[in-house]
Design a protein around this ligand. Sequence first.
Ligand code: GLP
Length: 636
Amino acid sequence: MTPIESELTQLERIPAQIYNSADDACQTVADAITDLINERNAANKQTVLGLATGSTPVRLYRELIRRHQKEGLSFANVITFNLDEYYGLDGDHPKSYRKFMQDQLFDHVDLKPENTNVPDGLVASEAVFQSCKAYEDAIVAAGGIDIQILGIGRTGHIGFNEPGSGPETLTRLVTLDRLTRRYAARDFLGEANVPRHAITMGVGTILAARKLFLLAWGEGKASIMAKTVEGEQTDTIPATFLQQHENCFFCIDQAAASHLTRKRHPWLVGRIEWTEETTRKAVLWLAQKTAKALLKLVDEDYTENGMSDLLIEQGFAYQININLFNITQHTITGWPGGKPDADDSNRPERATPFPKRSLILSPEPLDDVYCLGGTINRLKQHGNEVTIAYQTSGNLAVADSEVQASIELMIELGKDRSGKADLAYPKTVEQQLKDKGAFGADTAEIRHLKGLIRRSEARSSGRTLGIDTANLQFMDLPFYEEGRYRRFIVTETDVAQMYQLLESVQPHQIFATGYGHDPLSVPALSFEVLRAALKQCADSEWFNDCNIWLYKGPADEWEAHEIDMAVPLSPDEFENKFQGIYQHQTQRSQSPGRAGNKSSNSWDLARDINRGTAEIYDGLGLAEYEAIECFKRYNK
Ligand code: GLP
């Protein structure tokens, strides 16, 4: 470690290596696993791996499969133990962790089936203790775990060791936390369907492994990551107990690292270069920390918060304050498409051309209205040509009960027409629904119908925002149509479709999301497709004259220093946005959730988020608005 690094990382209690991408991080971990397996194989010894589920390790497993298929890495002498399993699900259940492991790793490498261990989710309640003890004994009998792979849950859980789990805990039956169940809601099409209990290795079981790699990607993990790496050990965040382990390494991407002090408040741990960007970040943070309006910050605020060198460089606090006040004020605009015939030198969006062709990219129906419903409405009212493109159909997020209701409607309609209508289609889908059971994979027909349901909601929502159906594009990108959660793979076909859309719209501005999200999530993959398509458009004339505005996504919001355009909404506009959101009936219970949020469902969360941004601007000493939607400029 260089001296600068050690100064910057002085608050960190677990070595955290930050990578540019999840794939880079996975290479390192795959190397460690490969080296160990090869070394053990050469000595004719077995390797014991502890494995995890969730989106996080999927890319690692893909890399291990690649090495097996292309580079001859053999798992014939490997024994695996998985961290956990939902209680009440059998191994064939599509949502069981056993099934997940079969699909994502076991079925694609030469692991012996009898060498793969996942806790038994079906063990009778009176036999749970024995079964858990047997799991512990099996780990010991195998010689202990050599390398344990871990992800981290939003509550700071490892495995399913929820808050309250101490460092001595062993394999046992646990009750799942509300937030954890909310996050799993998508997998189970509704929080109510998520099992309430799980069997998990304990924190003590995990700490007994010889080496640990914890992986984390995306901004959704940034906050819990910082608490785990820099906070005190506490059973309210069981992952902090990893600080006790001498051979534990965190391999994380830039987004997951973004709340570590060295990234978020580097001026608190060392000298930094004061650029326009770092100054903005630091001063807006200072104002919020001291709960003072920007123009009320005084020299002492700067000196007491690790920023005296900035003061020396730039003179008096007031000079810095006024500069930042102006920068922040200039982010505010009621004209997200640019104001024609106005001086635009201090406006986020340029005045000409006008009207603009504005392309709103929504990974799934709902993201658009949820994150920028007010802005879309304004763009339209100002006369811009607004196109909303839904990158995916979102059909995986529709519950079967919605399909059943639509089928019944179709059948009723048929009857009204005195039997003339063809009922073959609804009857077929109804039968398929029965055949697949609650969690079976949807047939093509069911997925199609679910997609149509979301289309109809998107149309209604569009109308509420003033956007005609003719201006909605349903792209149904193949990566989504042909995949399932955590199993999506982007191909050239997706990129070609996006390229076509861009070239046909030739937008002056694009609103998109997915940047910095968990790399396997729908928004992140949709953004990856956009990025690849934009590359292909680089020579097109429209490309150089196109601004890209990023919206953050449904569960979160940009921080003050990241906001380049803030669009205030009046109470009426804000209410109208919610009328648009309410058109997405099927999504009401599919809450994204976020740590610490007070809201009981996703609809209220959007209120908190937009009002929260308005409060931040108010607190900084700018105007007081009802709500604000905000965007960050993306440099193509
Ligand atoms: C579940 C699993 C954990 C996993 C966590 C995070 O709770 N039991 O082992 O780390 O989810 O999941 P993801 O990787 O999808 O963010």
